[in-house]
Design a protein around this ligand. Structure first.
Ligand code: FAD
Length: 546
């Protein structure tokens, strides 16, 4: 068979994953990887952690060296070589290396050019040193600025994953940090009752958080915010999100979609023959909603690269889309999510469950809380998404639920999952099993719940809220204004004090005791609902939105 020439543009996650897999399946073909930066296969995800010194050596961010790729995999890797145009008719690309322009022909062309940081227009932006973080040269610039100017204060614009990682790592380096975010919430991709805890973690660790805010003007060392506040700062890092890096394809009239993302088919082929694309640059189908979306994450990029290699090698593999599963460390807390959030769904079509449990048996030392939110479809009962936060075990629970979503399990199937259990690791009823039990209760009508965002409306409609926690908890944690207090352990004796004509909402700290109260009061003839997640969910978010 004729030897093919495969040209890859972009030598990091998707591109290198493609190149290595393709090589294993096609020993003789020529594979040429063009990378405009100085390094291929570097660890983009590790970049923020070098700022604090958590990842000590810059060298360890260079995961695989170019020489190894050449020797072991016979890849023709060309760093510092930017592909500047494509000629699809002649199946050629032009690239620039050492200020000279060259041409290279291809049989198949693979684009994995990633996504570039968005830089907004702000009056006076040129008056302050500002940076973005995408690659090692960007990191080097930030490190040099720190080394040469010993900043006391740095501001970060944008409180997404990278913004939060930067905030933590700068702070750990001893630099004061202001974090400025346009949305009401940090981590705005999550639902607000979850992301509020990331904001709390940031504030508790000394980050100045300015949400619902924007920089409207910059003067040397001063940021002027929409709120009227002024932030004195030494430099600025912009991390307000990324956009697919697709100018090359725009120039040849390829079909592009949202934010310039590349439209690909089931074989990752773009609208032009012999050109394929993977990674952050492409639009993917969300496997749950079937909607087009952008999911700029490392795991999908790596998978897509490998799958494209399989497809071009004749294997029966196709682009199934992604569900979006992510995690971020915020000091000693982790925030993770998979699938869809409530923000992405239409009210009334789904049920929500909030749970609070320990990462392992409470009697074994060192147990910490996990807060888990699971969303499932009202009709099919399929799991639509989950979010969790806590100090330990958050990744495990979200990974399990992400697997369950991909396997199209329903909420009640979570009861059946069997996990490793011994007291140091988990509980005999893991929080993921609990989600299955609670889901079953909701589906069968054994429990009827309302959400934290229903509270004000229900109060206005005359519902009576009953707090079934202990007096000490009520006084210590606070309570829902106007709620009646009857300790769960006194309910059997005191339930007749509750007006019979009122509809009731019961709550405790996590939703478990109030579920018992709900069952009891319903049996006694009351119309009663359980406040899902109870006071632990309602508390912080209700203060935030006041
Ligand atoms: C600071 C940071 C932290 C991150 N942390 C995480 C994380 O914790 N978890 C996670 O899932 N994801 C994380 N990501 C995202 C993850 O790195 C990306 O999703 C993934 O790298 C995308 O792979 P890709 O191949 O599409 O693009 P990239 O890995 O970005 O590679 C694209 C490459 O193409 C090159 N290129 C572009 N145009 C040309 C051209 N014309 N010619 C030649 N070369 C070109 C670029 O220089 C770039 O090196 C992080 C990203 C950053 C920047």
């Amino acid at each position: 068979m004729k030897k093919k020439t495969i040209v890859v543009v972009g030598g990091v996650a998707g591109g290198m994953s493609f190149a290595n897999r393709y090589r294993r399946l096609n020993i003789d073909d020529e594979i040429i990887v063009f990378e405009k930066g100085p390094f291929v296969s570097f660890a983009n995800c590790g970049l923020p952690y070098h700022i604090s010194g958590e990842i000590k050596s810059r060298q360890s961010l260079l995961v695989v060296k170019e020489e190894l790729l050449q020797k072991r995999f016979n890849l023709n890797v060309r760093s510092n070589s930017e592909v500047i145009s494509i000629n699809p008719e002649q199946k050629k690309i032009q690239y620039r290396s050492n200020q000279e322009i060259f041409e290279q022909s291809y049989d198949e062309l693979v684009i994995s050019t990633g996504a570039k940081p968005i830089v907004p227009t702000i009056e006076g932006l040129d008056l302050i040193p500002f940076f973005t973080l995408r690659n090692i040269p960007d990191l080097d610039k930030i490190m040099l600025q720190i080394k040469n100017h010993h900043p006391k204060h740095v501001s970060i614009l944008g409180a997404g994953f990278i913004g939060l990682e930067l905030a933590e790592n700068l702070k750990m380096r001893g630099i004061e940090v202001a974090l400025i975010e346009k949305s009401r919430d940090v981590l705005p991709v999550l639902d607000p009752e979850v992301s509020i805890h990331a904001k709390i973690a940031l504030i508790q660790n000394g980050i100045d958080v300015y949400t619902n805010n924007e920089i409207i003007k910059i003067e040397p060392n001063t940021l002027y915010l929409k709120s009227g506040q002024e932030v004195k700062t030494d430099f600025l890092i912009i991390s307000i999100g990324v956009a697919p890096d697709t100018t090359l394809l725009k120039n040849i009239g390829a079909n592009l979609g949202m934010k310039g993302g590349i439209i690909v088919d089931y074989n990752y082929q773009i609208s032009i023959p012999h050109i394929y694309a993977v990674g952050d640059a492409i639009i993917v189908k969300n496997q749950i909603s079937n909607q087009d979306t952008l999911i700029p994450l490392a795991s999908p990029a790596n998978r897509q690269g490998r799958q494209l290699a399989d497809i071009l090698s004749g294997l029966n593999v196709y682009n199934k889309g992604s569900i979006g599963t992510s995690i971020v460390k915020v000091f000693d807390m982790s925030f993770a999510s998979t699938g869809l959030t409530e923000k992405q769904l239409t009210k009334g079509t789904y049920h929500v469950i909030h749970l609070l449990a320990n990462d392992h048996a409470s009697y074994y030392p060192g147990a910490t809380s996990i807060h888990l939110k699971v969303i499932f479809d009202k009709v099919s009962h399929q799991i639509l998404g989950a979010q969790a936060f806590g100090q330990k075990g958050v990744d495990k629970r979200i990974d399990i639920i992400s697997t369950a979503i991909k396997a199209k399990l329903t909420i009640t199937d979570l009861q059946e999952l069997e996990f490793t259990y011994a007291p140091p690791y988990s509980s005999a009823k893991d929080i993921v099993n609990l989600a299955g039990y609670v889901g079953q209760n909701i589906i069968l009508g054994i429990s009827q719940s309302v959400q934290w965002y229903d509270v004000e409306m229900l109060k206005n409609e005359g519902y009576l809220f009953i707090d079934v926690r202990s007096f000490i908890e009520r006084e210590g944690f606070g309570y829902i204004e106007g709620s009646m207090h009857i300790d769960i352990d006194e309910l059997y004796l005191r339930y007749q004090e509750i007006p019979k004509d009122k509809k009731l909402v019961v709550y405790c700290q996590s939703g478990t005791r109030s579920y018992n109260a709900e069952r009891f009061l319903r049996a006694k003839g009351f119309e009663v609902y359980n406040l899902d997640g109870s006071y632990s969910v309602y508390d912080q978010i209700s203060k935030e939105i006041k």
